[in-house]
Design a protein around this ligand. Sequence first.
Ligand SMILES: [Zn+2]
Length: 472
Amino acid sequence: MTANWAGRAATVVLAGATSVALLAGPALAAGPVVGAPTAGDPYFPLQGNGGYDVGHYGLTLDYRPGSGQLTGMATIDATATQSLRRFDLDLRRTMTVSSVTVDGRRAAFAQPADLRQELVITPAAPLAKGAGFTVVVRYSGMPRPVTDPDGSIEGWVPTEDGAFVVNEPQGSPSWYPCNDTPRDKAGFDITMTVPDGVTAVANGVLVDTVTAGGRTTYRWSQPRPMSTYLAFVTTGVFRISTGTTPAGIPYLNAVDPSQAAKSRPVLAKLPAMFDFFQSLYGKYPWNSGGALVDNAPEVGYALETVTRPEFDRAPDELTLAHEIAHQWVGDDVTLARWRDIWINEGFAEWSSWYWSEHTGQATAQQIFQRLYATPAKDTGFWNPPPGNPGSAADLFAGSIYDRGAMTLQALRVEIGDDSAFLGLLHDWVQAHRYGNATVDDFVTFTEKRFPQLDLAHFFSVWLYQPGKPTGW
Ligand SMILES: [Zn+2]
C-alpha cells in the first residue's frame, strides 16, 4: 500500500479491540468442536477463523453499478484441521446470505448481529479432521466501504462507472465470504458479470469473456496461494493493453480513460520494473503482471493486489515500483500478523529506492541521508518504530515506510558488501515462498547469516527503539 496523502491521521480508535471471546471450548471427549470465530490477531480480532484451511475460492459475482447491487455465489474448497460440528466464515452483514451448502447438503447458518462479520455455519453432519469439504454460499446486498481504525476506507468503493475494490487490511468480508486471515492463503477464480461497456478486472489471467443479453461475464484465474486481502475485482470503463516483459512475464494493464495520458509515461517503465525485481528477488511468483489505474481519488492510496496492483489515480514512478516490488515482498512473503507490517512495507519501500538507484536517479543511500536529516524532535516522523506499530490505527504510519526502508538501507551499510546484502533479500524471499513471516523471523534469518555482526543491537535500535535511531 502507498498513501497518496501526507500523514494518514490516526483519528479513530478500534473499539473493543481486545474483547472478542473465543467461543471454541475444549473438545468434549475428542468429539467434533466449534471452530474459533477469530484467527487471534489483536489488531483485528474479528478477522479469520479456526478449524479449517481454505485451498481455493471460486467467486461468481454479478454487479449492477447503477443500483449498487451485488449478487454472489462463493464456492470454497477447504480442509478441516479439527473435527468440526460448526465453523465460521467472515462476511459482513451488509451482505445477506440466502443459502449455504456443505458438500452439497443444506447447512444451517446465521449472521448474528453481535458477532458483526461472522457467518456461522452448521453442516448437516460433522466434518472429520483432515477431510476436504466444499462450502457454497449464496448471498446478495449493497456492499459498502469499510472505515479502518486510521480513518481510511477500503473494501467495495463505488465509482462513477463501477467500483474500486481494495481490501487491506479488512475489506474482503464486505464483498465475499472468506477466512480473512493473511495466513490462510488460497487460489482464486473470480467470475464477474457486468453491463456491456463496463469491464471487470481481477487477479490473474483473463480466461474468457461471454456476452449475452446486454451483459458480459469476465472469468479471471489466479491459482497460486495468496492472502484474502489481496483479492480484487474492480469494475468500470477501462482501456486494456497487454504485453510480455523482455524476461517473459505476461502483463495486462487496465486504465481509466481519464488517467490514460498521465499514466502512459509511467506505465512504459512497468515491464522493466517487473524484470528488475525478478532479478533481485527471484522468479516471478504469479501467472500475470500489470497494473490497474482507476479514477477513485477518494480512496487515497494504491494497493499491491496480487498480479496487478491497483492505483486510485495515475501513479508516479516510485509508487509503481513500490507496488510491483510488493508482488514478492508482501504478496509472496506476507506478514504473519498485522503488527509485522514492516515485512511488507519496509521492504517494498526500500525496493522503490533501489529502483531509483538502478535507474540513475537518487541512490538509496542519498534518500536515506535526506530522510535521516529529519530532526529528532519531529517525533511523528520517527514513531512508531517499524518493528511494532503498537495499534491498528498506526498500521500504515509514515514511519513504517520511511524509517522501515531506512532500516534496510542501514542494514545494507552495516553488512557492507552489496552482493551479501542482496543475496540475503533474495534468499529471504525464496525461503518463504507463498508463505508468511514475522519481523522476528527476518531478524533471526539475518543474524544466522551474519554471526560476525552485532545485529541484535542494530535491530533493537532501528526496529524497536522509539525516536530517531542513533548509536547503532
Ligand atoms: Zn506498500
